[in-house]
Design a protein around this ligand. Structure first.
Ligand SMILES: [Zn+2]
Length: 497
């Protein structure tokens, strides 16, 4: 029990009882982010140090181990000047432990993550890479030397090896702001526009403790109830409500079920706005122009922010296209996830933010979104890469997608005249539209590259082959390029979006 004679204030650290995924009690160190008093009973908002922020929560005093209380160091009280809300780099390993909770995808707008280079990456990308497939005599490494490759044994739930790209601190992105004309009208239950603080403003000096804390308890979206993981700048009035209601088709937010029902009598949408550019079975993709459908795009960003930690909300949605994936039933086209993409990217980005909504996570939809993003790049005749750094869960899905896509190609290579099959990194990149750096980092991550007698050789162990085949059998959801009806636009020629 907490000893009430000691004041536990913001910035204090102490072990806090939580139940882990294995349903065991543990006492990780946590930081107190906020304290509130409800009729004389204190509640503490805690961030578990080294765990992802999505696990932050309000706890009762009996869960605090007050004997080990550490007071905040005076000089370094929750650094927040860089707009990252004082969040500490989370430990990949701890985060990976949490992966089973969900596989959502998130990328943030920040400086590009350096890709670890090959011993001589420039030569390697030009040099032919020899592949030794299955035939043990081609393997220059014996099978025992390879670590078992768990990353391909389960769909989307990779275990991560140690040489992961570390999380990068974010950089600010200028936001052109100003979208009052598109804020929701007041007739439908919510009197004001989303607040323009936190990640909505380019000047992050306003960033405060508020944006470190989840502010929305629950969102009802169609037949789903979603529990947000992170702060999202919905209007202040909504934050005191136990549930906010979203129209699942136009994503407008409403403060009560009654307001939603009234809205639904007027809202005719049964699918996202924009053009349906893909349909196969019950899966569709809609392309939404952030300029033409600004209100929808902004509402999508507000919803997405609930599940993306560092996402910069683009209140200026004009420079972006949004690709929303839906699943159809007789009631309509229900949003499953989306990704955004700059109309023009000078850095080969083919995805800005990407998210599978929690009810659909861990079912292969994340990889389907990624696959779709590369199919668009193939039509554009470009290679692409997601904006960096990827979130913990996003990196898992991308690693898995890249690994499977590259292994698929390597395993299809045929040997000629008993020679090892050959392929260059550039060729892999051209076939898949995966940017060269990501091809290289994936080959390294899979530990396939060996240097032997002056040549780079890719060695596919039986473990890798078996793991890959097993994973591909589980991958039921695939994009069928024949069902994509997409003509890329040359946005640079339009002068203005
Ligand atoms: Zn609506």
């Amino acid at each position: 029990m907490a000893d009430h004679s000691v004041e536990i204030t913001e910035g204090c650290r102490l072990p806090v009882l939580r139940r882990n995924q294995e349903n065991e009690d543990e006492w990780p160190l946590a930081e107190i982010l906020s304290v509130k008093d409800i009729s004389g009973r204190k509640l503490y908002y805690v961030h578990y140090v080294d765990f992802n922020k999505r696990l932050d929560e309000w706890v009762t005093p009996d869960r605090l181990d007050i004997k080990k209380l550490q007071f905040p160091k005076k000089e370094a009280k929750t650094p927040m000047k860089n707009g990252l809300s004082g969040s500490r780099p989370s430990s990949p390993e701890r985060d990976v432990k949490r992966k089973a909770e969900s596989v959502s995808l998130a990328t943030q707008v920040t400086a590009a993550t350096p890709v670890p280079s090959l011993p001589a990456s420039t030569e390697a990308s030009q040099a032919a890479l020899y592949t030794a497939i299955r035939d043990a005599s081609f393997n220059i490494k014996s099978r025992e030397e390879h670590e078992p490759l768990t990353s391909l044994t389960t769909n989307g739930t990779t275990s991560i090896q140690r040489h992961l790209i570390p999380p990068q601190p974010g950089r600010k992105r200028k936001n052109c702001g100003g979208t009052d004309e598109d804020s929701q009208d007041s007739s439908d239950g919510i009197p004001s526009a989303p607040r323009m603080t936190g990640s909505l403003v380019s000047d992050r000096s306003h960033d405060d403790i508020v944006t470190r804390m989840k502010n929305i308890g629950c969102i009802e979206l169609g037949r789903h109830r979603l529990k947000p993981w992170y702060f999202s700048p919905y209007p202040q009035e909504l934050t005191s409500l136990p549930i906010i209601y979203l129209c699942e088709f136009c994503l407008k937010y409403l403060k009560s079920l009654k307001c939603l029902q009234r809205h639904l009598t007027k809202c005719n949408l049964r699918h996202p706005p924009g053009n349906e550019i893909y349909r196969k079975g019950t899966i569709s993709f809609f392309e939404i122009d952030g300029r033409k459908n600004k209100a929808y795009s902004q509402n999508l960003c507000l919803l997405a922010k609930c599940f993306l930690d560092h996402k910069t909300l683009y209140y200026d949605t004009d420079p972006f296209l949004f690709y929303v994936m839906t699943e159809y039933d007789p009631k309509g086209f229900h949003i499953v996830g989306y990704f955004s993409k700059e109309k023009e990217s000078t850095e080969d980005y083919n995805v800005a933010c990407i998210l599978t909504l929690p009810p659909y996570q861990r079912r292969g939809y994340g990889k389907l979104l990624i696959e779709f993003s590369y199919e668009l790049s193939k039509v554009e005749g470009k290679t692409g890469t997601p904006e960096k750094p990827l979130s913990d869960l996003g990196l898992l899905s991308y690693r898995s997608y890249w690994s499977q896509t590259i292994l698929e190609i390597l395993m299809d290579l045929k040997s000629e005249n008993g020679e090892r099959p050959q392929i260059t990194i550039n060729e892999i990149s051209e076939i898949t539209s995966i940017k060269k750096e990501d091809v290289i980092s994936t080959l390294q991550y899979l530990n396939l590259i060996n240097y032997y007698k002056g040549q780079y050789i890719l060695t596919l162990s039986e473990d890798i082959v078996e793991g890959h085949e097993c994973a591909m059998q589980k991958r039921h959801l695939r994009i069928d390029p024949k069902c994509l009806h997409f003509t890329p636009k040359d946005w640079s020629k339009r002068g203005k979006w």
